[in-house]
Design a protein around this ligand. Sequence first.
Ligand SMILES: NC(=O)C1=CN([C@@H]2O[C@H](COP(=O)(O)OP(=O)(O)OC[C@H]3O[C@@H](n4cnc5c(N)ncnc54)[C@H](OP(=O)(O)O)[C@@H]3O)[C@@H](O)[C@H]2O)C=CC1
Ligand SMILES: O=CCCC(=O)O
Length: 291
Amino acid sequence: MEVGFLGLGIMGKAISMNLLRNGFKVTVWNRTLSKCDELVAHGATVGGSPAEVIKKCTITIGMLADPAAALSVVFDKGGVLEQICPGKGYIDMSTVDHETSIKISQAITSKGGHFLEAPVSGSKQPAETGQLVILSAGEKALYDEAISALNVIGKKAFFLGEVGNGAKMKLVVNMIMGCMMNTFSEGLVLAEKSGLDPRTLLDVLDLGGIANPMFKGKGPTMLQSNYAPAFPLKHQQKDMRLALALGDENAVSMPIAAAANEAFKKARSLGLGDNDFSAVFEVVKDLKRSS
Ligand SMILES: NC(=O)C1=CN([C@@H]2O[C@H](COP(=O)(O)OP(=O)(O)OC[C@H]3O[C@@H](n4cnc5c(N)ncnc54)[C@H](OP(=O)(O)O)[C@@H]3O)[C@@H](O)[C@H]2O)C=CC1
Ligand SMILES: O=CCCC(=O)O
């Protein structure tokens, strides 16, 4: 199957490499075109614009930074809308809010095209190894048509019904994750300030009922102040912001998420936005130092 891919950031590059490794023909496009070179070296072809990729491929996947980027790739000159038509499908894997996803869906289906939102849980390494969790919603026929690619990209694909449900599920998951990262950071600081070895805390956590891959994977690198980005902090803050807006819309009080969002905002203001989201640890350390 020939698959188009728009957006070769951390996730897009890893997913399209994985598709190539698994025998898919992939045509890629990225705003910064030089990022296509590595994919071309592994057998991909390049489209000059999102529209060109759509013209060439029956199914095209997008993996863009945020709502503005996801909308731009569809609606701007040379965008998806110029070539989408009956028989062609667009799958947006970007993490966006449900309003953005619905807007994209309506525009695509009004031209006779097919649309699936499919944000993913899991980061760079699961993307490289096809172990993502796919949260899809929209046109079931497109989900079925794309299932061979989705099965290569993820270890499990959920179909959640109408467009918007995938976006909402993804924001709920990342809201929980962002809160956990803040609490984890506070725990590491509290252990250290009260005379405990935070590395022992990691061992204790890993053996108990709140053990999880995030604490296990990020804890050791956080203690070394190593924040090489797998999931950029600026995207985690975007997800907190969008999840809080979903909370506003549904009158759900989320004081813990609001506090976590403030910490991520502070981290961005300190220039940590391109670091891994675990760099919020630096903000938590700072707050404890000054209190
Ligand atoms: N990293 C992770 O662990 C995960 C990320 N996500 C989500 O996936 C999406 C991508 O994340 P990630 O790969 O980490 O992000 P990156 O920041 O690494 O990549 C962002 C991509 O979006 C493109 N882009 C940004 N702005 C525009 C624009 N205005 N027009 C066109 N293209 C644009 C970038 O192009 P350019 O190269 O030109 O800047 C790049 O291809 C985000 O929505 C994120 O929240 C979901 C799960 C995990
Ligand atoms: O959106 C990013 C999710 C990162 C993860 O699930 O580890």
